[in-house]
Design a protein around this ligand. Structure first.
Ligand code: ZN
Length: 458
């Protein structure tokens, strides 16, 4: 066995290949529904197979293909999974400056639906796999690649299906996923992030019924009054829960990098009795304030409301759809039981979607690799675990006890609001930065002999 450190160079040519594959992937219309991810999965398979990398295209129903590829290690450690998804959300074409599937390049940006969510991550993992293969590095664990179908619609034809039917294809000790890795500017300081937790979903349709009647004689037990009372009660039961570990470490880290007296006040956000008050006081009515409240609380958003047809008629039926999101640590099934109890037998509660929250330990060997690489490039910069107020495919892997970190690095200033919005685009500089940082993280975690690589400055 050769223990000599191996040298490997990431070249301009490799980065050019990355850009070419990125544009090709953006040009596949994988709008979900219907998804139709198979042609994109086949494209990746042909690229990886031409490098001699073993691929497995799985397709639970025609058109819904996911691609799994594997680089074999020496088996001394359990695998690392590099996960992403191929499908994208719908794009309203007429609201875009450049067509959403054109991969148009202008002023250092590449445009397209999926440019930030998450074909950038697909091509990042693809390129890292190719680079590791060409480097001939000795891996001490398998590195598995997954580009899944159907993430945007819950993953039942993608990662969820693989986990339920063939988990051995993607079983891993740890995984890197989308959903984290974007730097955050907080109080004038840049914090580098990796995502360790995701809230769970409880989507309900509630329908209440009551006596119809004349609007001149209101009744406290009318369908609408009952429905409104129930929604208010569900909102009340959502308040004041203990923050999950991710949020504790995140807030303590921000406090540790703040001056007196802000540091004391920030720590008090962890007190459930004070948190909403302090967030409101400190952040006012800003996007940040809403995001922080969503990260510290179970939340209830009433998103659909239907009742009545005439001003002077009390209707006999009223219904609402609620988008409830619960924090890691909350048992979503007993949460639903509590709602059923409050609702009582007169109100019908239909579960539209239920997904448990998930959280990985903030500290793991993979987190150490992430911190080591970020500190190499940004000496002294704070690194934060963060939580996603929504669900991604990461939750399926956490159910298999895989440590999942959302870490697809970007430069500061990429416009996150374009994700799922109009005019989604990514800077070429960010793609290059992501390759540099993520390649080093993967090498640090899976290929320790590859300690003499370097990347050309572009
Ligand atoms: Zn995504």
């Amino acid at each position: 066995m050769n223990d000599m450190p191996q040298t490997f160079v990431i070249t301009q040519d490799l980065f050019d290949e990355m850009l070419r594959h990125f544009k090709a992937l953006l040009q596949f219309d994988t709008t979900n529904p219907p998804g139709n991810e198979t042609p994109a999965a086949r494209y990746i398979a042909s690229v990886l197979q031409s490098e001699g990398i073993e691929c497995n295209l799985v397709e639970p129903i025609p058109g819904r293909g996911s691609l799994i590829a594997r680089l074999r290690g020496n088996g001394s450690k359990r695998p690392l999974l590099l996960m992403s998804h191929l499908d994208v959300v719908v794009a309203e074409k007429d609201k875009w400056e450049h067509p959403p599937f054109s991969a148009y390049e202008e002023d250092g940006f590449i445009w397209g639906r999926g440019a930030l969510d998450c074909k950038n991550t697909v091509v990042l993992w693809m390129t890292i796999l190719i680079a590791l293969k060409r480097s001939k590095a000795v891996l001490d664990r398998d590195v598995i690649f997954l580009a899944a179908a159907d993430e945007e619609e819950g993953g039942q034809y993608g990662t969820g299906w693989i986990v339920n039917t063939q988990p051995e294809l993607i079983e891993a000790e740890a995984a890197l996923n989308e959903g984290g890795g974007m730097p955050l500017g907080i109080f004038g300081r840049t914090f580098y992030t990796y995502q360790t937790g995701e809230k769970g979903n409880l989507w309900l349709k509630i329908t209440s019924r009551g006596m119809a009647g004349h609007g001149s004689v209101p009744r406290a037990d009318s369908a609408i009054e009952r429905l409104l009372y129930l929604i208010t009660s569900i909102k009340r039961m959502s308040e004041k829960v203990a923050p999950p570990a991710t949020m504790r470490v995140m807030i303590q880290t921000i406090a540790a990098h703040s001056n007196f007296p802000a540091n004391i006040i920030i720590r008090c956000i962890l007190n459930p009795l004070l948190s909403n008050f302090l967030i409101r006081k400190g952040l006012g009515s800003s996007d940040w304030s809403d995001i922080m409240k969503a990260l510290m609380n179970n939340t209830v958003a009433t998103t659909v409301l239907k009742a009545g047809h005439k001003t002077n008629v009390i209707p006999s039926e009223a219904s609402a759809e609620l988008d409830i999101r619960v924090l890691p640590g909350v048992d979503v099934k007993s949460y639903l039981d509590k709602i059923l109890e409050i609702a009582g037998p007169e109100t019908e509660v239909e579960v539209l979607d239920i997904q448990p929250p998930s959280e990985s330990p903030v500290d793991h060997e993979l987190a150490t690799s992430i911190r080591r690489v970020l500190h190499r490039h940004h000496p002294g910069a704070p690194v934060l675990p963060i939580m996603l107020p929504a669900v991604s495919d990461g939750g399926y892997l956490r159910r298999l006890n895989t440590v999942v970190y959302g870490f697809s690095p970007l430069l500061p200033g990429e416009a996150a609001e374009r994700i799922h919005g109009h005019n989604e685009r990514i800077s070429i500089a960010s793609l290059y930065y992501s390759l540099k940082i993520a390649f080093e993280v993967v090498a640090d975690f899976a290929a320790p002999t590859l300690n003499d690589f370097f990347i050309i400055a572009l």
